[in-house]
Design a protein around this ligand. Structure first.
Ligand code: SF4
Length: 224
């Protein structure tokens, strides 16, 4: 077992690219979680310089924005990535039959559980660690995100190389290095997931204010 607390302290002020290089030397098989945000594509950009093809996955809830579906096709062309598409066990029709029409309007916790949380188990099966683009600045629920941690629920390591970076740092890096960026970011969505549960944010609102508006819900559940 790795001593993740010591590693997290050691890497706290390291450059995220160096963190990824060090993680690559740990002898684990890593996979990158892609939600197609700017953070994820910056990490993909780095990983493609470390190992090829990059192993990555996305949770296709069948309810993503058209821009996101189009964007993942572009990424496949631009980067050497084995992008695994993970789907829920229930189709939208089956979900409606079992749990009711438009479950996200009645019980978004249950909907996220079926379409994201459960499929993540499938996505991570057989891996030694997963890499995410979450950052402390994104929300109070992410404020204490360590650079590396043990994910008890899935029993593998979780690496969050951008944890301490600001939005500006990610934006600047992406611009200066011509990283492909999901067009949703330019349409007022600093954070996005499924279209029924995401709206653009207004000036002055927090990054994730457009997610699950009207609900006491701040995370889909895959990072809890
Ligand atoms: S974000 Fe909304 S639509 Fe997507 S899985 Fe969660 S509740 Fe369902």
């Amino acid at each position: 077992m790795l001593d993740v607390e010591t590693l997290a302290k050691k890497w706290e002020n390291s450059d995220p690219f160096v963190i990824l290089q060090n993680a690559a030397n740990l002898g684990l098989n890593w996979t990158l979680a892609m939600s197609f945000s700017r953070e994820d594509t910056v990490i993909l950009h780095w990983l493609s310089q470390i190992w090829q093809p990059v192993d990555a996955f996305w949770l296709d809830t069948n309810l993503l924005f058209p821009e996101t579906y189009a964007f993942q096709d572009k990424l496949r062309v631009q980067y050497p990535v084995n992008l695994r598409r993970i789907q829920p066990s229930f189709s939208l029709k089956e979900q409606a039959q079992h749990y009711g029409q438009e479950l996200w309007k009645q019980d978004p916790h249950q909907c996220c559980h079926l379409r994201k949380v459960e499929p993540l188990f499938e996505a991570l099966k057989g891996y030694g660690g997963w890499i995410t683009g979450i950052r402390r600045e994104q929300s109070p629920t992410r404020a204490h995100t360590p650079i590396i941690e043990w994910d008890n629920r899935h029993e593998l390591y979780k690496l969050n190389p951008l944890a301490r970076w600001s939005t500006e740092e990610v934006q600047n890096y992406a611009e200066e290095n011509h990283v492909l960026v999901n067009p949703l970011h330019g349409k007022g969505y600093p954070s996005f997931g499924c279209y029924p549960c995401t709206r653009p944010v207004k000036p002055g609102e927090s990054i994730r204010a457009g997610r699950w508006e009207g609900w006491d819900k701040f995370e889909c559940g895959i990072h809890q």
